[in-house]
Design a binder for this molecule. Sequence first.
Ligand code: AHG
Ligand code: MN
Ligand code: MN
Length: 335
Amino acid sequence: MTRHITLSRYLIEEQRIRERINADLRLLIEIVSRACIAISVAISKGGLGGVLGEAGSENIQGEAQKKLDVISNEILLEANEWGGHLAAMASEEMELPHAIPNRYPQGEYLLLFDPLDGSSNIDVNISVGTIFSVLRCPEGVDPTSPEAFLQPGTRQLAAGYTVYGPTTLLVLTVGDGVVAFTLDREHGTFVLTQENIRIPEETQEFAINMSNIRHWEPPVRRYVDELLAGKTGARGKDFNMRWVASMVADVHRIMTRGGIFMYPLDAKIMGRGGKLRLMYEANPMSFIVEQAGGAASTGRGRILDIAPVELHQRVPVILGSKNEVERVASYHRQA
Ligand code: AHG
Ligand code: MN
Ligand code: MN
């Protein structure tokens, strides 16, 4: 790419030329991106910064928190309190929405995030990420009540994720396609490195945690059995498998070269409705994937159409190349 376009310039153009966002939403995305740089710095200190290991606490989901889960959550909260662009924030790591302190002005937006995704990978030095989603606070609703956030994914105004991998990448949509920025560490800025990202419709790669095979529902079992049968089976071609166990890393691979990602409903997690969280993981990723020409389904319906009933709701997730997602959904319909 010959043009040098920073995230700031991209956002200014989204505001001024394409009129997709206003100044407050631009500020919001800028601030989130700066928080992600701070998280990237904290992560990269590793054992030298004493940031690895357990925090010794549990989050609302009953999951043991890593130190970096807590640090990343704090970085995002502090960065977003004072700008005047937010009405409230909600995080995977907090039971209730976080109010904007009275000493700061309040804005119209709601910010939701998974501050550190894939945190089980932190201690083994594998890619992790941050996922965020932006909604408008409905009029007349208390922004600090969970109800303010309970909106279907179709209402998202922006969504993005950062992958902290060999490079730190920010992938973003404001409903105008998907773009990716690479962190220029010397200058502390994100620079546009990919425009109009499109997920190929056909694929030969899938991502699922195979250790759950005995718990899967018949439609998922049928689909994966066909993939595993390879050239001599119903699909007539060989498929390859990858599973990083960081949703950001697995989804980013699909954004780059196609494929299907599944964390379906299974007997083990049936009571919880799924593994991944609708508001912090499934919705933002589904928005990004759809904006890149892919599809995202629970197997029973489009993820973005779900009317949420609970802030920390979990859902089955099947997303990626359109034809593959549609095939899994059709197996659910037939079952
Ligand atoms: P988080 O670290 O935010 O709790 O998310 C972990 C999620 C997701 O990133 C990943 O796809 C999945 O959990 C991995 O689950 P398994 O360990 O069951 O494979
Ligand atoms: Mn996560
Ligand atoms: Mn997380």
